[in-house]
Write a protein of this length. Structure first.
Length: 94
């Protein structure tokens, strides 16, 4: 592999890691000790919008994709959720 190819590969890997870290990690201004409510009839889009508005996720797209991959878009559990500490989008979608 040439030095130029190695450089481009390293830049690509760095970019992918940076993007994944940004979208997966909790927002910097994640509010500790917040109660988030999902009401009967709320759609996945509504839930993701509200989570983004409350600074509980960085990306609605990533959250929705994770929920759909886990089959949860058809089985949203209507409840109040306590977020005591910062958690990543995998845990929020779980």
């Amino acid at each position: 592999m040439s030095h130029k190819s190695q450089f481009y590969f390293a830049v690509f890997v760095f970019f992918v890691i940076f993007i994944l870290h940004f979208f997966i990690s909790p927002p910097r201004n994640f509010p500790d000790g917040i109660i988030f409510s999902i009401s009967n009839g709320d759609s996945l889009r509504t839930v993701s919008f509200n989570l983004k508005q409350k600074n509980l996720i960085n990306s609605r797209l990533v959250f929705e994709a994770l929920v759909i991959m886990r089959g949860g878009d058809k089985h949203i559990i209507f409840a109040d959720y306590l977020f005591e500490n910062k958690i990543n989008v995998f845990e929020v979608a779980g």
